[in-house]
Ligand binder design. Structure first.
Ligand code: OGA
Ligand code: NI
Length: 475
């Protein structure tokens, strides 16, 4: 991951004051442009310039063209088996693809873009009443510039109309300019997402209805983005690099361009294709697919031309209590790579950090290799002899290979800084010692071990665990 963008700093720069002054206008970036601004204010400066200035000509021409793009275009009229194969390949590599012949009429796409543009181009006074950055779900229709204005290191050259669609679509609150989006566009995108989730379920060797049944197809929010023309595109970004906190995002972009995805260390254009919708795998699909499907970083360049308009449909259920775990289906997948995550927990973390250029998913990743490390410790001790392992490896006890049985005991050492946790003992394998409750015993142990694990990240270094290994009979 590249270093995050950092704000401009200087001793006479009161960033918070400038952020507040900008926020108080309730007129967004569009308001700055309407006021005739000719330079980009410091709150929008990104420390790492996106691209050289000569790349920012307008209208932007994709460097690779549609045919040469590494973001595939999938024709949804292909045969089912072809579609599963194409969607699977795209989800496993670029994490992005475009779909054509998806059933949403061209006129409806055009009208959806036009209505978002109409809203943002209304007089500032008409939009003010919608301006709100309250993180609570109400009101369900909000207009805001930079949802993370006070969290992110550098603001983006973008305003957004946000419509919360679940548990029920908003009604009178929707600005008149955008009523058709809710009534006509979203039902069709919802249908398209259902089709895509069937293909993705099959691509994961799961029953066709699996993802839909697990609430992945809930249309949670519609974001109508407006990227005003930028007087100094090199200094800022339309949208900072990020991955989406969704299962799936379906994005409608106009013909201006500027959307890029990060593939193999290179920023690749997602060229506007007339009539196409852009689809990307979100973080929750990466989790449940145990990293098989990629939630890939993307960004939007600030552009001298434009304005650019896009409409993103976010699929996830924000108030779901479901805990999503990686589904380990591949024989070479040795273990779940993430801990279980709920959507509200993940969104809370994501909103707290804002678009800071850093991966949010990594926070939930189980440390790579520690399961292996523990296994090698256990292997080395040859069975019988207790070994000391440190606290962060302790939580990996539950990853012990089925071919071994381990009996673990956590022994908190006295620490002046902290009262020790009560001691924990667990059987920690799928083949626990005789009399410890078989597989059920192991599962119970998992939950006890993970409650120890949740506190282990803050445990003092003197906390240790003792693992005693008993090779399981006959394996
Ligand atoms: C988003 C996003 C891209 C765009 O809303 O998460 O990445 O083109 N949008 O506006
Ligand atoms: Ni995104």
């Amino acid at each position: 991951m590249a270093p995050p963008s950092a704000p401009a700093t200087s001793s006479d720069y009161d960033r918070l004051r400038e952020l507040k002054a900008f926020d108080a206008t309730k007129a967004g970036v569009k308001g700055l442009v309407d006021a005739g601004i000719t330079t980009v204010p410091r709150i929008f400066h990104h420390a790492v310039p996106a691209v050289e200035s000569d790349e920012l000509s307008s209208p932007r021409r994709p460097r690779h063209g549609v045919a040469g793009s590494r973001v595939p275009v999938i024709d949804l009229t292909a045969s089912r088996s072809d579609l599963v194969a194409q969607v699977k390949a795209a989800a496993e590599t670029a994490g992005f693809f475009q779909v054509v012949n998806h059933g949403v009429p061209d006129e409806l796409l055009a009208e959806t873009l036009a209505s978002v543009r109409r809203f943002h181009e209304e007089p500032a006074d008409a939009k003010k009443r919608y301006y709100n950055r309250d993180p609570t779900p109400t009101p369900s229709v909000r207009y805001v510039s930079n949802f993370d204005l006070y969290q992110s290191p550098a603001a983006n050259w973008r305003d957004t109309l946000f419509m919360l669609m679940s548990p029920a679509p908003p009604e009178e609150e929707v600005p008149p300019a955008c009523r058709g989006i809710v009534s006509d566009y979203t039902p069709q995108v919802r249908k398209l997402a259902a089709t895509l989730l069937e293909l993705l379920s099959e691509a994961m060797d799961l029953p066709r209805t699996y993802l839909e049944e697990h609430e992945a197809g809930c249309l949670d929010a519609v974001l109508g983005h407006y990227y005003p023309p930028c007087p100094e595109p090199c200094r800022t970004m339309g949208t900072t690099r990020h991955c989406d906190p969704t299962f799936l995002t379906v994005l409608l972009q106009d013909s201006v361009g500027g959307l890029q995805v990060h593939i193999d260390g290179v920023w690749v254009d997602v060229p506007p294709v007339p009539g196409a919708l852009v689809v990307n795998i979100g973080d929750f699909l990466q989790v449940v697919s145990n990293d098989r499907f990629k939630s890939v970083e993307h960004r939007v360049l600030a552009m001298a031309g434009g304005p650019r308009v896009s409409v993103a449909c976010f699929f996830r259920k924000r108030d779901s209590t479901r805990v999503y775990h990686p589904i380990v289906t591949q024989p070479d997948d040795e273990r779940p790579r993430y801990r279980g995550i709920t959507v509200p927990e993940y969104l809370g973390y994501y909103m707290d950090k804002g678009l800071d250029g850093r991966s949010k998913l990594e926070h939930f990743r189980r440390p790579l290799g520690s399961g292996k490390r523990l296994r090698s410790i256990i292997g080395d001790c040859g069975g019988g002899a207790p070994v000391q392992i440190d606290a962060h490896v302790w939580r990996k006890c539950v990853d012990v290979a089925p071919s071994q049985a381990a009996w673990c005991r956590a022994t908190p050492r006295a620490s002046p800084r902290r009262r020790p946790e009560s001691s924990v003992a667990c059987s920690a394998s799928t083949a626990p010692p005789a009399g410890s409750g078989g597989r059920n015993g192991a599962i119970a142990a998992t939950s006890r071990a993970s409650s120890a694990a949740s506190s282990s990240s803050s445990l003092p270094p003197s906390y240790s665990a003792t693992v005693k290994v008993t090779p399981s009979p006959g394996r």
